[in-house]
Design a protein around this ligand. Structure first.
Ligand code: HEM
Length: 151
């Protein structure tokens, strides 16, 4: 179970389904890292940059569920503030708990009952190629084929 959870946490980090958070607006004049931001300026969090920040993540472009597990592999490590798949603060995702619960159940159901293998002759093909065209929900996968067998 911890490995399953760590895998999903890594999917949320790597997949960063919302590369930029929803637009927000500053409520007062402020300074952030030397930049003056006037009141009522639209600001957006670059979650993609946070999730792929090489200063905070070891090999951010690799999928490594182990990064969320301790040395025993049995305990989940609490993610740092460089992890925000559902945004942060008062206006973070309203559906976070619902989404996480549903995805966990679906994921366990699928991988507990079926095996997924690549199509013979196309084993070298990556299934995680991502459509990098810009959009609010960037990074959806291109269509792909796999062989699904009931276990
Ligand atoms: C894996 C699934 C999901 C991910 C990764 C996700 C991610 C996000 C992110 C990043 C935001 C913007 C937060 C911010 O700007 O700080 C957001 C907002 C929101 N999400 Fe989700 N979301 C997911 C599923 C859902 C579901 C299933 C629902 C509803 C049932 C939902 C409802 C909302 C709502 C209502 C907001 C706007 C919150 C506000 O502005 O106050 N989300 N989500």
């Amino acid at each position: 179970m911890p490995y399953t959870e760590a895998t999903l946490m890594e999917v949320y980090r790597y997949g960063v389904s919302a590369p930029v958070g929803l637009p927000k607006s500053t409520t007062r004049d402020m300074t952030f890292r030397g930049f003056k931001i006037p009141k009522n300026t639209m600001v957006m969090v670059n979650q993609w940059a946070v999730h792929y920040n090489q200063d905070h993540w070891d090999e951010p472009f690799k999928i490594k569920p182990e990064r969320f597990l301790d040395a025993s592999g049995l305990q989940l490590i609490k993610p740092t503030e460089s992890y925000m798949p559902f945004g942060l603060g008062r206006r973070s995702c309203l559906g976070e708990n619902f989404a996480k619960g549903e995805i966990f159940i679906l994921f366990c159901w699928l991988f507990g009952r079926y095996s997924f293998t690549k199509v013979p002759g196309r084993e070298g093909e990556s299934l995680i190629r991502k459509d990098e065209s810009q959009g609010l929900t960037q990074y959806h996968p291109y269509p792909y084929e796999v062989i699904v067998r009931k276990l």
